[in-house]
Design a protein around this ligand. Structure first.
Ligand code: HEM
Ligand code: HEM
Length: 126
């Protein structure tokens, strides 16, 4: 794995380590308040980033494009903003809600960009 593919898989591993640590913290402390942060770190973070990594590994031409780099950075920045923001929001910091709102819309926009990248790569005539 190289380039965008390697970046996504590295990001996936960081999410897995952070999300599982939070899951253990919730279990040991008996406080599941941060369950949505744990759940999204694991599935929208670890699993989705791993899927993106393998997609770009299978489609090197798509991985080499500028759009793929934009996809990585938009996904990484918005995903981290969403999860860190949601953690503080659930902890009681209501003022951070605009960051969570903007980040979640940017995360969705990144998925639209991925849909374009993936579908054009999949359906390109041989
Ligand atoms: C160290 C390992 C893990 C621990 C200690 C842990 C702990 C927890 C805890 C305490 C909850 C809250 C349950 C509740 O309040 O109903 C939870 C929920 C959840 N976890 Fe984990 N977890 C771990 C690993 C994972 C992994 C590897 C994934 C996915 C790849 C995952 C995905 C989820 C999801 C999606 C939920 C939400 C489930 C629901 O909607 O009811 N977790 N986990
Ligand atoms: C724009 C990004 C997203 C937003 C704004 C969002 C929002 C939400 C909301 C509001 C809930 C209900 C939480 C609750 O009732 O406590 C939820 C639950 C859930 N979402 Fe998402 N979601 C997003 C992306 C995703 C993605 C990409 C995945 C999977 C790859 C996912 C998986 C889940 C799961 C497993 C649950 C149930 C666990 C929980 O309640 O936290 N979400 N999401």
């Amino acid at each position: 794995m190289q380039g965008v593919s390697r970046n996504f898989f590295t990001l996936a591993i960081v999410y897995a380590l952070c999300g599982m640590a939070l899951g253990l913290h919730m279990s040991i402390g008996g406080n599941h308040l941060q369950m949505p942060v744990h759940a999204h770190t694991m599935v929208a973070g670890w699993l989705m980033s791993a899927v993106f990594a393998y997609f770009y590994h299978l489609f090197p031409a798509a991985a080499a494009s500028v759009l793929a780099k934009v996809h990585f950075w938009l996904t990484a920045v918005s995903g981290i903003g969403l999860l860190v923001g949601l953690f503080f929001l659930l902890a009681g910091n209501a003022a951070i809600e605009p960051l969570v709102a903007v980040s979640s819309m940017a995360f969705y926009a990144a998925m639209f960009l991925f849909a374009y990248i993936a579908l054009t790569a999949l359906w390109r005539p041989a």
